[in-house]
Design a protein around this ligand. Structure first.
Ligand SMILES: [Zn+2]
Ligand SMILES: [Zn+2]
Length: 318
């Protein structure tokens, strides 16, 4: 029997209890990468088949570049720098009908020669299938950054590593020791505490909040900072505010889960006000943001609201 076919049910059984995101009850994951997975990650594993990546076409047909003639960068924003491409590979909804959907989040960030996978979704088979459909080879991934311990953000890691790739995995230092030990048995793991630059132009906010602790990814782009959140459990405005302190170019875009499902209209309005005060120019909420919050952000931001689901590709150019 193909190893992947019997390992996946084991992973899913171990995950079993799933964690909380938004209004859903999702128990904490403490054992996501099992010894069984460690054993199966041998060089004999067949690499995941990938197809050539239709980058230019996909960007042109599915996701017009964020940088448009109508865009108004902040006065201090540079118009030079590395083009950044963000591809949402895992979400509850599909922007690209070829992709599978499931509760969770994951996206790939390409900047210069670096490729980052931020969160893995819950189901590794869906993650790998979607990456394949989008022409993203797991071997391209240099680092994996996990936002927080909930299963819908880390559950796909085992299957990703089972393809044989060995990216460095960055996790909040407060992750369970058992999780960190199991990842270290397979690949390099780095613990994140304070805000830091992981690779040139790619930062983390560092650990924020409690129960669960979470980190956001912050990427320098030619138009300013892009903040990518998994679930924003510590508070989306707080996370964006801290991210904006990384440099003086301001926050250009906030993308990911805003964790406002079930939030009141007045609370959402307060978040939007905070975004405006921080100077956030564009928003691309998804995952656990909630329908009401998405509609209110869309109304407020107008042309600067980016419809964002699995398969969405956002290109930020000089
Ligand atoms: Zn989530
Ligand atoms: Zn969560």
């Amino acid at each position: 029997m193909n190893r992947r076919h019997w390992v996946r049910p084991i992973i899913l059984a171990l995950i079993g209890l799933v964690c909380l995101c938004s209004h859903r009850c999702e128990p904490l994951i403490t054992e996501i990468i099992t010894p069984q997975i460690t054993e199966m990650t041998t060089p004999t594993l067949a690499p995941v088949e990938t197809t050539p990546r239709p980058t230019a076409t996909v960007i042109a047909t599915l996701a017009p570049p964020v940088a448009t003639p109508t865009m108004q960068p902040t006065p201090t924003a540079t118009t030079e720098g590395e083009t950044v491409i963000i591809t949402v590979v895992y979400d509850n909804n599909a922007y690209d009908p070829r992709l599978q959907t499931a509760w969770g989040f994951g996206c790939v960030v390409e900047r210069d020669e670096t490729t980052v996978l931020f969160d893995t979704g819950r189901d590794g088979a869906i993650l790998l299938s979607n990456m394949d459909a989008l022409g993203i080879d797991p071997a391209e991934i240099d680092i994996v950054v996990l936002s927080h311990i909930h299963g819908d953000h880390i559950g796909g890691l085992g299957d990703l590593l089972a393809t044989g790739v060995r990216p460095t995995v960055y996790v909040p230092a407060s992750f369970p020791a058992s999780f960190k030990r199991q990842v270290r048995a397979i690949t390099t793991l780095q613990e994140v505490d304070e805000p830091q630059e992981l690779l040139p132009g790619i930062h983390t906010t560092g650990q924020m909040g409690t129960n669960p602790v979470e980190q956001a990814l912050v990427v320098e782009t030619p138009q300013g900072l892009v903040v990518i959140t998994g679930c924003a459990h510590p508070g989306i405005a707080e996370m964006v505010r801290r991210a904006g302190q990384i440099d003086e170019n301001g926050v250009y875009l906030v993308l990911g889960g805003f964790h406002l499902g079930g939030a009141s209209r007045s609370r959402i309005a307060g978040i939007i006000t905070a975004f405006r005060e921080i100077g956030v120019q564009k928003v691309a909420p998804c995952h656990c943001t909630g329908d009401l919050a998405i509609s209110m952000f869309a109304a407020e931001y107008g042309d600067d609201f980016i419809h964002n689901d699995a398969g969405k590709i956002v290109e930020i150019t000089p």
